[in-house]
Design a binder for this molecule. Structure first.
Ligand SMILES: NC(=O)C1=CN([C@@H]2O[C@H](COP(=O)(O)OP(=O)(O)OC[C@H]3O[C@@H](n4cnc5c(N)ncnc54)[C@H](O)[C@@H]3O)[C@@H](O)[C@H]2O)C=CC1
Ligand SMILES: O=C(O)c1cccc(O)c1O
Length: 274
């Protein structure tokens, strides 16, 4: 599936944002809470955005929203565990939106549960999406960026990649893999003018967090956020998707022109404060 919804932006154009942005962006997991917010921010900055996710309905809705707001967007349904799908989606983004200069690896899944009860299927799926997906999409985009000698890649990992967590062993392992892969890629691609960085969010208000919390915990919560999720966060609250998007846009843009191979943790201090 692929829908092109193109419009000339009238608000939030690249000119308004200065010479900070040049080229198009690919955002994976764009139909999710964090990915959609990143896509909104990029479109508002005047960057043409390819929205990649496995959920065509949600993608189409987001594409209509961004297009109505004056953004230039392309919705491409693709599964990041499938190399052929990924290569075709990235080729389509490049063909329809122009040279891909930015990549956000946001697609992710969370299967939680005690390690000794974890199934092979859940382990394999976790690694295939969270680590394998970052590899496949980054490879496809890097092949386009290398000959041009420029690009910026940001992978959304997790603070669970830094601090061991109960019930999240496969997820945390997959995020550690994606973060290290991204930094190794940055090591190899630095000489081609391509920067690769990692954003590590903590608890962020999206459907992934709601699913993890479970119904009982949500019922016992104030404002939809269980107290258990505020404890251990020095800033005393979970993140909104916009907090993550701000960090991602900084690392994508030329404002971070001399920053590469870094992890930026956006978790209200949780990973270090407990
Ligand atoms: N919400 C949170 O508290 C945190 C989230 N993260 C990470 O942030 C990223 C975004 O997650 P959220 O927006 O919170 O969750 P979400 O569940 O709203 O979004 C994840 C998106 O990834 C897509 N996706 C999953 N498997 C895919 C596949 N095989 N191919 C293509 N797309 C696929 C889903 O369809 C969904 O739209 C994920 O990588 C997640 O692990 C990291 C730390 C905390
Ligand atoms: O910190 C969390 O609560 C969390 C929840 C879902 C997914 C994550 O990566 C997390 O770090």
């Amino acid at each position: 599936m692929s829908d092109t919804l193109t419009t000339t932006g009238t608000t939030g154009t690249a000119a308004a944002a200065g010479a900070e942005w040049s080229g198009s962006a690919v955002v994976t997991g764009a139909a999710g809470g964090i990915g959609a917010e990143i896509a909104r921010a990029l479109a508002a900055a005047g960057v043409p955005v390819a929205l990649l996710d496995r959920e065509p309905g949600a993608l189409r809705e987001l594409a209509s929203e961004l297009s109505a707001a004056g953004g230039t967007v392309l919705a491409v349904a693709a599964d990041v565990t499938d190399s052929a799908d990924v290569d075709a989606a990235v080729a389509k983004a490049e063909a329809e939106l122009g040279p891909v200069a930015y990549l956000v690896n946001g697609a992710g899944v969370l299967h939680s549960g005690p390690a000794e009860e974890f199934s092979d299927e859940d382990w394999d799926h976790t690694l295939a999406v969270n680590a394998g997906g970052v590899f496949r999409v980054s490879r496809a985009v890097a092949r386009l960026m290398v000959p041009r000698g420029r690009g910026s890649i940001v992978t959304i990992a997790s603070n669970a990649a830094l601090t061991p967590r109960t019930s999240m062993a496969a997820y945390a392992a997959s995020k550690a893999a994606s973060a290290m892969f991204t930094k190794c890629l940055g090591l190899e691609l630095g000489r081609h003018g391509i920067r690769c960085n990692v954003v590590a969010p903590g608890s962020t208000r999206t459907s992934m967090l709601t699913a993890l919390q479970g119904d009982a915990a949500v019922r016992a919560s104030v404002d939809g956020v269980p107290d258990a999720y505020r404890v251990g966060i020095p800033l005393g609250r979970i993140a909104e998707p916009a907090h993550i998007a701000d960090a991602v846009l900084f690392l994508l843009s030329d404002r971070s022109a001399h920053i590469t191979l870094q992890d930026l943790t956006v978790d209200g201090g949780a990973a270090l404060g407990v």
